[in-house]
Design a protein around this ligand. Structure first.
Ligand code: GLY
Length: 354
């Protein structure tokens, strides 16, 4: 594509913002359209960068996750230098405590794991430590990406609801929106859990409820938790400002909004079992979000059935982790028509019945 070519990114979440920035830096004229950017899963996440703790199996997804984790420090520095806003990147390490003994050379027994972290619940019998993993403050990252894209001149249509993506002869001709028709040379779909409302690809919402507590001010100089705890049934993510994020349920209930007593009780019970000190801390907030899940739990990345529509959706539990690599590979594909080998596995045709 040539400098000034017009690209519309559909979806104002973390993937859409990051991809828009990469394309803008290459010289594109980019507009982000979104129905409700506040609903994006990137706001609801915990921000863990955790392919090992999430036990991603080796293969294409593992390679994609590691490539993205490796990009993080440099990518964050770039976004922060454009926006001037700290994104809260913290390679703090992740400890994965277990209630049932495992084997293997990396296994930490009861004594060793308590050496890594004091005050773990008494049911913990050991675990693993992943020194290369960490977190980013996903809300700060969203702010940083938004300001970076605005300062680069990305245009925004927030509150623009797309009714239909019109196609003819294998190309998108225009977007029909409630505010009128909109056209560009190329379109990128980054609408996460809402993708199926616009294109026939199998992405469904998987609800996650979350909550946070706040470490009292007198304990903030020496936070009781300075690494992520990734338990068998709960994760606990301490932020440097004293918040502790606790997640998450995984519910197949469509777009059902709100926290439920059952969901919040499950989070509280499991969190206090893993790290009992939490019971003393004031509850700060509860919220929920919708992960974009595909049948094989892998993202859908790359070309679509229309020549000028590219897909970047379905990141399920790993959207924040996969943002830098997704933005880079999709921008390269759209701008330079370069399809990196890392993309091959994630094509939409794997779900095509024909
Ligand atoms: N990445 C953690 C979650 O989706 O709950």
């Amino acid at each position: 594509m040539q400098s000034g070519s017009e690209i519309i990114v559909i979806g104002g979440g973390v993937i859409g913002l990051a991809t828009a920035i990469e394309l803008r830096l290459l010289g594109a004229a980019v507009t982000i359209l979104s129905k409700d950017s506040k609903a994006a899963a990137g706001h609801a996440a915990a921000g863990m960068l955790a392919p090992q703790a999430e036990r991603i199996p080796t293969g294409a997804m593992w390679d994609l996750c590691l490539a993205s984790r490796d990009l993080y420090p440099e990518w964050i520095a770039k976004i922060e230098s454009i926006s001037g806003i700290d994104a809260g990147y913290w390679p703090c390490g992740i400890l994965a405590p277990y209630y049932h003994a495992q084997t293997g050379i990396d296994w930490l027994d009861d004594r060793s794991i308590r050496h890594h972290q004091s005050d773990l619940g008494e049911a913990v019998v050991g675990g693993y430590y992943y020194s290369a993993e960490g977190q980013v403050d996903n809300r700060a990252l969203m702010r940083s990406l938004l300001i970076a894209s605005q300062s680069l001149g990305v245009k925004f249509g927030d509150g623009v609801e797309i009714v239909n993506i019109h196609q003819s002869h294998g190309r998108v001709t225009h977007l029909e929106t409630k505010n009128g028709d909109i056209r560009a040379e190329h379109y990128i779909l980054t609408t996460g859990a809402w993708s199926q409302q616009l294109v026939p690809i199998p992405v469904v919402p998987r609800k996650g409820q979350m909550l946070s507590v706040l470490v009292p001010i007198e304990q903030r100089d020496n936070l009781p938790l300075q690494q992520v705890l990734f338990g068998e049934e709960i994760y606990i993510v301490p932020r440097q400002d004293g918040r502790i994020i606790i997640g998450a349920t995984s519910e197949d209930v469509g777009f059902e909004p709100s926290n439920t007593l059952k969901g919040v009780k499950q989070l509280m019970t499991n969190a206090m079992r893993l790290f009992p000190l939490l019971q003393q801390f004031p509850l700060l907030e509860t919220w929920w979000g919708f992960r974009p899940a595909t049948p094989d739990e892998l993202p859908i990345l790359g070309a679509s059935s229309a020549k000028n529509l590219t897909l970047a959706t379905g990141h399920y539990r790993n959207g924040i982790l996969l943002t830098p690599i997704t933005a880079k590979l999709i921008a390269d594909l759209v701008w330079h028509q370069h399809a990196d080998n890392l993309l091959a596995t994630f094509n939409w045709q794997r779900f095509d019945p024909v």
